[in-house]
Design a protein around this ligand. Structure first.
Ligand SMILES: [Zn+2]
Length: 130
């Protein structure tokens, strides 16, 4: 695995151990039902997607960081596009961004969190390919 591939794997919701299986039931984060649902185990290497109860509690901190990035982007864009904005406009735009991006934030924060704890095993990727 090259470090360059990591953001792409995280965006696709691939398993951290084999980089092959999908961790979510749907590849579309905005799918109304399946977008939020994770598979129990990786279909490729059987890695549990929830290694222990409450595992994703810490993903909240990743989600916080992602939302902060969204806030900075929206705030900066608004300042350039419409410099005379009111606080109401800013807060409404921020709330709208958080709500619209929720499916993406949810998946990204969980995926980043599990990538921190589960190490990549390249031999699994090679074993099952042949
Ligand atoms: Zn896997």
């Amino acid at each position: 695995m090259k470090a360059i591939q990591l953001p792409s794997l995280i965006l696709q919701g691939k398993c951290p151990k084999c980089h092959q299986g999908n961790m979510f039931q749907s590849q579309n984060p905005f799918h109304p039902k399946k977008g939020y649902q994770m598979v129990k185990n990786c279909p490729h290497c059987q890695q549990a997607t929830e290694p222990e109860p409450g595992f994703y509690f810490g993903a909240m901190f990743i989600s916080y960081a992602i939302n902060t990035a969204f806030f900075i982007i929206v705030w900066t864009a608004l300042t350039f596009i419409y410099p005379n904005y009111s606080l109401t406009v800013l807060l409404s735009l921020l709330a709208l961004t958080v709500i619209l991006m929720l499916p993406l934030t949810f998946r990204l924060s969980r995926t980043i969190w599990i990538y921190i704890f589960v190490k990549y095993k390249p031999e699994i990727e090679l074993e099952n390919q042949s």
